[in-house]
Design a protein around this ligand. Structure first.
Ligand code: SF4
Length: 334
């Protein structure tokens, strides 16, 4: 099992620990619907998140970051591995324990419209978690909904409206209110701004930051946009084809990436300053299929510094510098 890369391994403030998590999806075929292949969406991922921090998970579409977030919350059934929330075993919890854990572990989805029932008012949508967990009287729930709407920058009198009456940004605020009303400790933010206009993105990101400060929230923030992840994260994990390839403090990772894949991703971030020129690294070829990932280092078919060993040996995910982990035989040698 891979050693858990926490920012401080013995830190009692670790809220979430993920150890060697795997999620494989079987592909069925033939008349008997037998398993003919397996998609290794998440293939041995380990990380930890400290209380009050934001860990960004980034990577191209299909790298397994969203599946990681969903499996941590048990919205997908893990194939193997371990998820510890405040030391409690999430993957092996019974239904009663899991119900309690769900109050503390919430999610904000990418598409707020799809996550809201168009037939019920946003007030009812936001209060849904309280109803499921039998918290408060009907009047108390309405009061709580009013309060939470104010916290996310909406008006209490909007609680009787329906989702279609709101803009995309407002709907995402409603999605955040749904999570917030449960007073969670951990919020998995799954691409929460990628469906929004650029002008709205920063408003929602700033709202998330303010709420984190106010309520001491911990975020697992999943996004494909590196600039967004840089804006909000304390530490950043980079995923490629179901594996974590680099994990470090934000500034360390952006200033001095150790994995060629991270370097290529950073080189593609547009610079707001026209006088700063980045030499963009254009990766050749597409991301290989997670059904049949390349032998050795999974990145080797696209890596410009690959050598023979890369085709044969899968590099270990190791701490190369204090708090800076990478899976590369030639980390930083570019
Ligand atoms: Fe490139 Fe080899 Fe490092 Fe993989 S192990 S990223 S192929 S240098």
């Amino acid at each position: 099992m891979t050693t858990v890369p926490t920012s401080a391994p013995a830190d009692p403030n670790v809220l979430l620990e993920v150890n060697d998590l795997k999620k494989y999806f079987p592909i069925k075929g033939g008349v008997l619907r037998r398993t003919v292949a397996t998609v290794k969406a998440v293939d041995g991922v380990s990380f930890a998140v400290k209380r009050g921090e934001t860990l960004g998970l980034v990577g191209e579409s299909g790298c397994g970051k969203t599946t990681t977030g969903r499996t941590v919350l048990r919205l997908e059934k893990a194939t193997s591995g371990e998820v510890l929330f405040e030391g409690k075993d999430v993957l092996r919890s019974g239904s009663r324990q899991m119900k309690l854990l769900r109050r503390d572990m919430q999610i904000v989805f990418q598409d707020p419209y799809a996550s809201l029932d168009p037939r019920i008012t946003v007030g009812e949508s936001i209060a849904e978690g309280l109803v499921i967990h039998n918290i408060g009287s009907s009047a108390e729930r309405r009061e709580r909904v009013r309060e939470v709407l104010g916290r996310v920058g909406l008006h209490a009198n909007q609680m009787n409206r329906f989702p279609h009456e709101f803009s995309g940004g407002q709907r995402q605020r409603i999605g955040i209110a749904r999570a917030l009303i449960m007073e969670p400790k951990l919020v998995v933010c799954d691409e929460p701004v990628s469906a929004l206009d650029v002008s709205i993105q920063s408003q929602v990101l700033n709202l998330l930051k303010n709420l984190q400060r106010e309520f001491g929230l911990t975020y697992l923030f999943i996004a494909h946009n590196l600039a967004v992840v840089e804006h909000i994260s304390d530490r950043v994990g980079v995923m490629y084809l179901g594996k974590m390839v680099e994990l470090a403090g934000r500034d360390d990772l952006f200033r001095e990436p150790l994995h060629p894949y991270t370097k290529a991703l950073i080189s593609a971030i547009p610079s707001a300053d026209p006088t700063t020129r980045r030499d963009r690294i254009v990766l050749q070829g597409d991301v290989p299929s997670p059904i049949n990932p390349p032998q050795g280092c999974r990145f080797h078919p696209r890596c410009w510094i690959a050598r023979d060993i890369c085709k044969e040996q899968d590099p270990a995910f190791e701490e190369k510098r204090k708090g800076h982990w990478a899976a590369c035989h030639f980390a930083g040698e570019f």
